[in-house]
Write a protein that binds this ligand. Structure first.
Ligand code: PLP
Length: 399
C-alpha cells in the first residue's frame, strides 16, 4: 500500500504582487533609491510606508529600518539601554532577540515559556524582582500572544518598559488592540518569512515622541529628520540631535515600494493564513500523544505557522516522527534538538549569556514541534499535511 506523500515546498512564499513589481520598476527608473534622495516637495516611498504603517497600527510614529533585528536594537537604544544593563526576554524566541540585547553589551535575562508557548507570567514576576531589570523585550514568538492586560499590569506596576517583538504578529491583535501597541515600542520584520516580504526590512512604532526622535536619529537620518512625516516635530529633535549617535540602518525606497502594496493586502493574507491554520489544527485535534496550544478568546492571531507539543516523549521517538514526516515531504522543526539547526535554537544555545537553568521551560521546549504554513499551500495541501503528521505520531502511540 502506498503512503500519502506531500511534495510542496515549506519555504516557498508567494511571488511579489504584480502591482508591487511595477511600482519597484518605477522607483528603479528614477534612480532615487536612498530614502532622503527626493525631489523638492516629494515624499519618498519609505516616508509613505511609515505613514501607512502608523495608520494601520494606530501608532503616532513609525520608522522603517533595515531589518527586524535592527528595529529591536534601535528600540533598546532609544530607551537608553546600555552596556551592563539587564534586559528581560523570552527563553522561547529566535536568536536575533537576545542578539539585539547582547549587541549593546547588555545582559539577557531569560523568562520561561508555558505550554501555550507564551511567556510565563509567574516567572516574569520572579525575574523582575530578582534582576531589577527595567526593560522587557517581549517576543510574541510564533504568534502566540500572552494575556497582555495581565502582562502590562505586572510590568507597569514594576516600572518595567515593554518593547514588543512582533516579527510573527504583524496583523494580529490582543483584546482588539493591534500587536505592538500595548508596550512602549513595537518592532516588526519584513523579512521573507514574515507577513509582508521585502527580503530584509523592519518597522518600529511608538507613541512616545522622545523615543521616536531618538530612533529616527539612530537609524541614520543625519540632520534630514524633517523628511520623516510619521515622526515628531523639529522641537523634539532639537532636544536629542547632538546626543544621539548615527547607528546606520535605514530602509530604502525600493523595499518600501513593494511593502506598501503588500500592506494594503495584509488583512486578506491574514484570513488565508488562518484558514490554513484551522485546517491543520482540525486535522491534528484529538491525536493521542500530541498537544495543541490553546489560544485565548482575546487573541486575534496570524496562523503563518503552527506548533504542537509531544510532551514527555523520549528524544529518539520525537526524532523518529520528524524523520518519518520528512520522508513523506513534511518539514517539521524540533526545538528540542540537542544542536541548533537552521533557524531553530534555544536559550541554552546562546552561550554568550550567563547560564540560566529553566527546568519547567526545558520540558516544554523539548516538546515543541514547529511547522511553517506558507500561502503557496492550498487548503487541500494542509489537510494532507495534517493526515501525514497524525499518521506518524500515532505510529508511535499504542492505540
Ligand atoms: C525574524 C525574527 C526577528 C528578526 O527579524 P529580522 O528581520 O530577520 O532581523 C526577531 N524576532 C523573531 C521572533 C523573528 O522570527
Amino acid at each position: 500500500m502506498s503512503e500519502e506523500i506531500f511534495t510542496g515546498n515549506f519555504t516557498q512564499q508567494e511571488p511579489i504582487p504584480d502591482r508591487a513589481i511595477e511600482r519597484a520598476v518605477e522607483v528603479l527608473r528614477t534612480g532615487r533609491l536612498h530614502r532622503y534622495n527626493v525631489l523638492p516637495g516629494e515624499k519618498g516611498d519609505v516616508a509613505l510606508l511609515e505613514e501607512e504603517f502608523a495608520a494601520f497600527t494606530g501608532a503616532k510614529y513609525c520608522l522603517a529600518v533595515a531589518s527586524g533585528g535592527y528595529a529591536l536594537g534601535c528600540a533598546l537604544r532609544a530607551l537608553g539601554v546600555g552596556a551592563g544593563d539587564k534586559v528581560l526576554t523570552n527563553a522561547f524566541t529566535l536568536a536575533p532577540v537576545p542578539g539585539a540585547i547582547a549587541a549593546l553589551g547588555a545582559e539577557p535575562v531569560f523568562v520561561g515559556v508555558t505550554e501555550d508557548l507564551t511567556i510565563d507570567l509567574d516567572d516574569l514576576s520572579v525575574k523582575i524582582a530578582e534582576s531589577g531589570a527595567k526593560v522587557l523585550m517581549l517576543s510574541h514568538m510564533r504568534g502566540h500572544i500572552v494575556d497582555m492586560d495581565a502582562l502590562m499590569y505586572l510590568c507597569t506596576g514594576s516600572g518595567v518598559e515593554v518593547i514588543e517583538d512582533c516579527a510573527h504578529t504583524m496583523g494580529a491583535a490582543w483584546g482588539g488592540v493591534p500587536s505592538g501597541r500595548h508596550g512602549s515600542i513595537g518592532c516588526f520584520s519584513t523579512q521573507t518569512y514574515k507577513h509582508i516580504n521585502s527580503g530584509e526590512g523592519g518597522l518600529l512604532i511608538t507613541d512616545d515622541e522622545d523615543v521616536a526622535a531618538r530612533a529616527v536619529l539612530l537609524s541614520g537620518s543625519y540632520m534630514l529628520f524633517d523628511r520623516h512625516s510619521a515622526a515628531p516635530g523639529p522641537d523634539v529633535f532639537e532636544k536629542v540631535k547632538y546626543d544621539t549617535p548615527n547607528v546606520s540602518g535605514r530602509m530604502d525606497n525600493l523595499r518600501a515600494a513593494i511593502l506598501r502594496v503588500q500592506l494594503e493586502n495584509l488583512s486578506t493574507q491574514v484570513d488565508k493564513w488562518n484558514a490554513r491554520y484551522r485546517v491543520v489544527e482540525e486535522g491534528l485535534a484529538g491525536t493521542t500523544g500530541l498537544t495543541l496550544t490553546r489560544r485565548g478568546n482575546a487573541e486575534t492571531f496570524v496562523g503563518s505557522s503552527i506548533q504542537f507539543l509531544l510532551l514527555d516523549w523520549p528524544d529518539a521517538e520525537i526524532e523518529g516522527v520528524v524523520a518519518r514526516c520528512a520522508k513523506r515531504g513534511v518539514e517539521l522543526k524540533w526545538f528540542g534538538a540537542p544542536e541548533p539547526v537552521a533557524f531553530t535554537s534555544r536559550y541554552d544555545s546562546w552561550r554568550y549569556a550567563k547560564p540560566q537553568p529553566l527546568p519547567d521551560s526545558d520540558r516544554v521546549l523539548r516538546a515543541i514541534v514547529d511547522m511553517r504554513l506558507p500561502l503557496t499551500f492550498s487548503l487541500e495541501d494542509c489537510a494532507k499535511i495534517a493526515r501525514i503528521i497524525r499518521d506518524e505520531v500515532l505510529r508511535r502511540t499504542p492505540q
